[in-house]
Design a protein around this ligand. Structure first.
Ligand code: SPV
Ligand code: MG
Length: 291
């Protein structure tokens, strides 16, 4: 099944599904091998892994290059966190074409202003896009895609900026009518109250995606009962890598030796396996002239 179709079906299914964050080809492959049926190419962790801020400091073509490596490395669909679409409707049109050509299954765009700031940094100070302008962007994206199953998720930041439930619902409905395949509603509360309130009013009008980074202690089945379609675990692969990389670097620095690391870290052969080195060996035997 095409990656786009897989993602679209995942969003439309009654059952709860999950996307897990990855930020390069290697982490994407690890997430796929763990069993995830889809990948979130997170703006926060893509930028973080590049060593820059989540403020559109990396250009959209740099993001595209990373997500292309991720797409090449995996068979499950990738939903790119496309921030605001990196500009207006026209920038989004070009992004959609380029993502399709790289077999990226969908893009999520949020109703903030370019250049955006991460939702967990001074959320209240951030401005929202005009509803009509954002709806035009969604429509332009949908009109551009050549594959009917390419997915555009519209994300509202209404509750992040403190504009409230009513604004979030109005925006979500406008984005649904504009043609979005799903609505991502974001909250930075420590508990699930905003999501609960949203889901109660929204019903099952259209698939809803959530990102429970701050309200992580709510048991997952609760969200299924609320009717949430898909949960994104948005940043945990990079965060776990940071912890282990730091510990390893500090230990090696202190010990001036690597010998005590050997049983704690992946063997070199695991890098080769994840890179698919064996396929190249077979291809060399087939295509290179013999001795
Ligand atoms: C991301 O993973 O980049 C997201 C989710 O957009 S959040 O960081 O919560 O804004
Ligand atoms: Mg993001």
């Amino acid at each position: 099944m095409k990656k786009t179709t897989q993602l679209k079906k995942m969003l439309r299914r009654e059952e709860l599904d999950f996307l897990c964050e990855a930020h390069n080809g290697l982490s994407a492959r690890i997430v796929e091998e763990a069993g995830f049926k889809g990948i979130w190419a997170s703006g926060l962790t893509l930028s973080g892994s590049m060593g820059v801020r989540d403020n559109n400091e990396a250009s959209w073509t740099q993001v595209l290059e990373f997500v292309e490596f991720m797409s090449d490395a995996t068979r499950v669909p990738i939903l790119l966190d496309g921030d605001t679409g990196y500009g207006n409707f026209n920038n989004l049109r070009r992004l959609v074409s380029k993502l399709e050509s790289r077999q990226v299954a969908g893009v999520c765009i949020e109703d903030k202003l370019f250049p955006k700031t991460n939702s967990f940094i001074d959320g209240e100070k951030q401005g929202l896009a005009e509803v009509d302008e954002f709806c035009g962007k969604i429509k332009a994206g949908k009109d551009t895609q050549r594959d009917d199953d390419f997915v555009i998720v519209a994300r509202t930041e209404a509750m992040i900026v403190g504009a409230g439930l009513k604004e979030a619902l109005n925006r979500a409905e406008a984005y649904r009518l504009a043609g979005a395949d799903a609505i991502l509603v974001h909250s930075k509360k420590r508990g699930p109250e905003e999501i609960e309130a949203f889901m109660r009013e929204w019903g099952n009008r259209h698939p809803v995606v959530i990102v429970p980074t701050t309200y992580h202690s709510t048991p997952t089945p609760h969200f299924e009962k609320l009717g949430v379609s898909t949960i994104i675990w948005a940043n945990h692969i990079l965060r776990s890598a940071i912890s282990v990389m730091r510990k390893t670097a500090e230990d090696i620095f202190k010990m001036q030796s690597i010998t005590h690391q050997e049983d704690k870290i992946a063997p070199v052969s695991e890098i080769f396996r994840l890179q698919g080195a064996d396929e190249l060996q077979r291809a060399e035997e087939k295509y290179l002239p013999g001795e």
